[in-house]
Design a protein around this ligand. Sequence first.
Ligand code: HEM
Ligand code: HEM
Length: 179
Amino acid sequence: MSNTTTGYTGTAKALHWTIVALLIVQFIAAWTMPDIKRDTKPDTLINLHISVGVLILFVAVLRLTWRAGHPEPPPEDGLPPRQVQSARAVHWLLYALLFVLPVLGWLNASWRGFPVIMFGLELPKLLATRAPGGGWTGDVHALLATYGLLTLVGLHVAAALYHYFIRRDGVLQRMLPGR
Ligand code: HEM
Ligand code: HEM
């Protein structure tokens, strides 16, 4: 089934809200896991962060593949073209981060010698442990997640609330379950 003129399909909504739920778990794990230093050994929370992160990558790839065959529904009537273009730009930046962030995390986990295990299944290393020049991946991963992703999500959620409470159009409803 395709997205319609009035909203996203059940699949698009399910994938959207699954990623939102996984990101909430991911940030709680990131902010409660121990500070990672040179000799830190992965504990339960770090392993949870790694497993959920790889799951996010998996769902993001699934989502982008599905999206390639299902264009977004046409914009709501009467929206200024600039709003439509900026929404699109934010959506594509969000998709990009959902891919880039887990890959950077995976690179850094490999560089630190942490096994990358997704719920029991050990995945290949992307970098040799302590490979020269690989240390930046952790800093960029943490900075992009904290400042890049959270800023974009903040803009995205603010826009959804603006449509719902101020413009009072149907933009938020297009992504809500059951419509
Ligand atoms: C979209 C998915 C992800 C998000 C939003 C995310 C978010 C974060 C955040 C916010 C931090 C910083 C924590 C702090 O303040 O100390 C962090 C650190 C880290 N994450 Fe992720 N992460 C994701 C995916 C992954 C994946 C897939 C892996 C590994 C396979 C991973 C491994 C790590 C590691 C090793 C660190 C420590 C980096 C360092 O301090 O040098 N992350 N992550
Ligand atoms: C409470 C939080 C959120 C709300 C209320 C929300 C709301 C929405 C709404 C209403 C749309 C449809 C916009 C339209 O019709 O043009 C949408 C689309 C989208 N959202 Fe969210 N969202 C939230 C969180 C997130 C998060 C955390 C991400 C990813 C990190 C995300 C990524 C996207 C993407 C990529 C689209 C575009 C879908 C497509 O056309 O393929 N959203 N969101």
